[in-house]
Design a protein around this ligand. Structure first.
Ligand SMILES: NC(=O)c1ccc[n+]([C@@H]2O[C@H](COP(=O)([O-])OP(=O)(O)OC[C@H]3O[C@@H](n4cnc5c(N)ncnc54)[C@H](O)[C@@H]3O)[C@@H](O)[C@H]2O)c1
Length: 444
């Protein structure tokens, strides 16, 4: 195995790797080809690098090698052209790392049920990488994680064979900030923050990203880079928590929160609008802040804002179900036995991702109350709940047939005026029916 061999190999010069990166002859590896890894692999392949993606999923590997994309923001044609030009390939075989110069780690970092970080994907990926890691490599962790992970978890595994960081190899953290479904900002034009274990590591990481991405923001350490991502997502999570609490308060006082936000947003300084909704979703905002609170708890500090916002955001699906229940009651219909149609189930507009989607919680709660639940979503053909599969029903029939329609995700391609016309009763959690006056519309 090369990790035992590498200890006796001479350290390669920093210049050699710099030259390969600058000449774009460095062989790039991306571990984890999901929403983050595949767009990154495509950007580096488009910049002229030879890119090898490594994933455990045989189906993803087969689809890439056949020139297909399974990530909405990556065009299939682009993958096909890069595979044909031999700039992009995918494999499950980590031994290709022997031939690679750089490796980006983009594997999942979920939370355990106890809200503790699940480091198992990072650890198992690094165990495999370490087997074939060799002098002269640049490794960059991109998975969102708690401050300290790169140096406390990844570094010891890569340095196990005796290689010295900053001279024999280079290690950085660079947070991934991709926003799936955002047509204006994608991997290429989202500024890339990067911090290395040593100054030489930061320089190498920055040089690497500059080849393919528009703007690179070097920072002084891996911990700063790790904390940047957590600040960004915690900022968002807490502001959403604040506005959700404001929405609950406004509801009790009979005030339209959406009108309040629109008017407040006319202030040209010192205010940034956030909007209430049915609850947090996706792989980042509901999860990442708990990485920070877990870590600070080790240092004896309670992350109180995070816990509070987490609690309020977690109440929103219940609040939505209460709204449905009271709207049906006002029509003399009990929730039990009524048909409730969920319009939009992905966690946000115009994407197909249902991970952590509040729609799943709402469906679960409605079913627990005895409602018959249907759903439709142009991006999501089927969803699986814990208690079995639920298949999409065709619009507009399902909308018109339901006793109540709940707009959970405000996809842009839906004709909301037609929904307003045909539905008997609507709970609108996204203000999709803004400006439509109707007694049958209940707004959040
Ligand atoms: N999705 C987003 O919008 C987003 C945005 C910013 C940051 N992130 C972060 O980026 C990281 C990756 O997220 P994602 O959304 O791309 O996840 P994903 O689930 O879409 O993709 C992860 C990929 O890693 C593969 N994988 C898992 N274990 C592996 C292993 N040991 N070796 C090789 N491959 C392995 C999986 O098969 C999968 O294809 C996470 O830490 C996430 O928090 C995600």
């Amino acid at each position: 195995m090369s990790h035992t061999v590498s200890a006796v190999q001479p350290a390669i010069s920093i210049d050699a790797l710099q030259e390969k990166i600058s000449a774009r002859t460095a062989r790039v590896g991306i571990v984890g080809l999901g929403y983050v890894g595949l767009p990154l692999a495509v950007e580096f392949a488009k910049a002229g690098f030879s890119v090898t993606g490594i994933d455990l999923s045989e189906s993803k590997i087969a689809r890439i090698n056949a020139g297909n994309s399974y990530v909405q923001d990556v065009a299939g044609d682009e993958v096909a052209a890069l595979v044909k030009a031999e700039k992009l390939r995918a494999t499950a075989d980590f031994s290709v790392i022997r031939e690679l110069d750089t490796i980006n780690i983009c594997v999942p970092t979920p939370l355990r049920k106890t809200k503790d970080p699940d480091m198992s994907y990072i650890v198992s990926a690094c165990q495999e990488i370490a087997k074939y890691f060799h002098p002269g490599m640049l490794a960059i962790l991109e998975s969102t994680t708690y401050p300290g992970t790169t140096e406390e978890v990844v570094l010891p595994m890569l340095a196990e064979s005796g290689l010295k960081v900053g001279s024999d190899f280079f290690l950085c953290f660079s947070p991934e900030r991709v926003d799936p479904g955002n047509p204006s900002f994608q991997t290429r034009n989202i500024p890339k923050v990067v911090g290395g274990v040593t100054e030489a590591c930061t320089e190498m990481g920055a040089l690497f990203y500059r080849q393919a991405l528009e703007r690179v923001v070097p920072v002084s350490s891996t911990r700063v880079a790790e904390m940047v991502k957590l600040l960004e997502n915690t900022f968002r999570m807490i502001n959403i928590g604040l506005v959700n609490e404001m929405a609950i308060m406004s509801d009790r006082m009979g005030i339209n929160i959406w009108e309040v936000i629109d008017a407040a947003a006319t202030k040209p300084f010192g205010f940034m609008p956030f909007y209430p909704g049915p609850g947090l979703g996706g792989h980042c905002i509901p999860i990442d802040p708990f990485y920070l609170s877990w870590k600070t708890r080790q240092a004896g500090i309670e992350a109180r804002f995070i816990e509070l916002a987490g609690y309020i955001n977690g109440q929103m699906p219940h609040f939505v179900v209460e709204k449905v229940q009271s709207a049906l009651n006002d029509c003399a219909k009990p929730l039990k036995g009524s048909t409730v149609h969920i319009l939009g189930v992905s966690y946000k507009r115009d994407i197909d991702d249902v991970r952590e989607s509040p729609a799943l919680d709402i469906i679960h709660l409605l079913k627990r109350h005895g409602a018959n639940v249907t759903y439709s979503d142009p991006f999501v053909p089927s969803i699986r709940l814990e208690d079995g599969p639920l298949f999409a029903r065709e619009e507009p029939d399902a909308v018109a047939a339901a006793d109540c329609v709940v707009i959970v995700t405000d996809h842009s391609g839906i004709d909301y005026h037609a929904v307003a016309d045909s539905a008997k009763l609507i709970v609108d959690t996204r203000n999709a029916l803004r400006g439509v006056p109707s007694e049958k519309i209940i707004r959040l």
